[in-house]
Design a protein around this ligand. Sequence first.
Ligand code: NI
Length: 226
Amino acid sequence: MLVQIPDVLSAEQVAHARHRLASVEWVDGRVTAGPQSARAKDNRQVPEEHPVGRELGEMIVQALQRHPLFISAALPLHVFPPLFNSYSGGQSFGSHVDNAIRQVPGTAHRLRTDLSCTLFLSGPDEYDGGELMIEDTYGAHSVKLPAGHLVLYPSTSLHHVRPVTRGARVCSFFWLQSLVRNDADRTLLFDLDAGIRQLHGLDAAGAAAVQLTGVYHNLLRRWAEL
Ligand code: NI
């Protein structure tokens, strides 16, 4: 399931992030790539443990924790500290699948990447190209979102970033391990939760909403892994 999460960051937070990132010495993005994706990858990144990246990553994670649509869609267990990349001057990232396991820098903690996230920090009018292309059994999906918006997609998906032919595309990207590993199970819970939230607006729905909320939690209890 591919889900767009609007307004993760406010315009002020995006401007703050862009201002802070302008002070950083960026490095070749191949530092976090595996051997296959290193051949496909051509971009710049903020070094993994850079204090500016950590500070902005913390701002993003806190914003996500307050976003009901993100929580409902992702059911996050562990979130990798967000990283930052930039594409300009024709840079791109060829087709690849993200690494299955990531070690959190500076810790012994490893997480399984169930979901991949891209948070756009540049507006679509600031650059040409740079679409994130995500493939699933329904075909290829082109994603290019307003600044402050995020896309969430299964880390099992083949994806690539088209060449940026004008301007610069600055994004944050990261992965998370979900409480619910299976994408189809997680999608059922997301749809059920959306339906329950609609029922909450209806006066007559009381008993049905209670029953369906119980079903939601009992499915989550069946599928969640901590
Ligand atoms: Ni990727």
